[in-house]
Design a protein around this ligand. Structure first.
Ligand code: CO
Length: 147
């Protein structure tokens, strides 16, 4: 097997969406405490913070990617409160960045992967996002994020 830069050729993507790792989404009931902990542990500072879709959201900058901390607002309903109830705090999803989310979704569909979101929708930090069904991706909830 020919290798380029230590990577096997057969791992090369077959689509043109140019995906890179962007962030891990982490469900927490203590965003401030976890941001402090990660700031100390990982030398990561908060690059962006907002309230979005019933959540407090903070992105910690790791230099080549982010940790997205997700804390439900009081009495909020939705995927993250349900995740915390069922699993407790932890990694909720992995996000891959692409400059062309439509192409990424088309490539996923061509590969037989079902999107949760058939069309991109507005996500945190002003970016369009789309999620894929974990049943198609090894049990991992995958987010495409365009920027
Ligand atoms: Co995310």
């Amino acid at each position: 097997m020919r290798r380029r830069g230590g990577r096997r050729d057969y791992y090369r993507p077959t689509n043109t969406a140019d995906m890179e790792f962007d962030h891990a989404g982490i469900a927490t009931d203590d965003l401030d405490g976890l941001a402090d902990r990660y700031g100390t542990l990982f030398d990561a500072s908060v690059a962006h913070e907002e309230e979005f879709d019933g959540l407090r959201v903070a992105f910690l900058d790791l230099g080549n990617g982010y940790l997205e901390l997700l804390e439900p607002l009081p009495d909020a309903d939705g995927a993250i409160p349900r995740y915390l109830d069922e699993h407790g705090p932890g990694i909720h999803h992995l996000a891959l960045r692409t400059a062309d989310i439509e192409t990424a979704l088309d490539a996923a569909r061509e590969a037989g992967v079902d999107p949760v979101d058939e069309e991109p929708r507005p996500g945190a930090w002003g970016h369009d996002v789309a999620f894929l069904h974990p049943a198609s991706t090894g049990g991992v909830l995958v987010e495409f994020v365009e920027h």
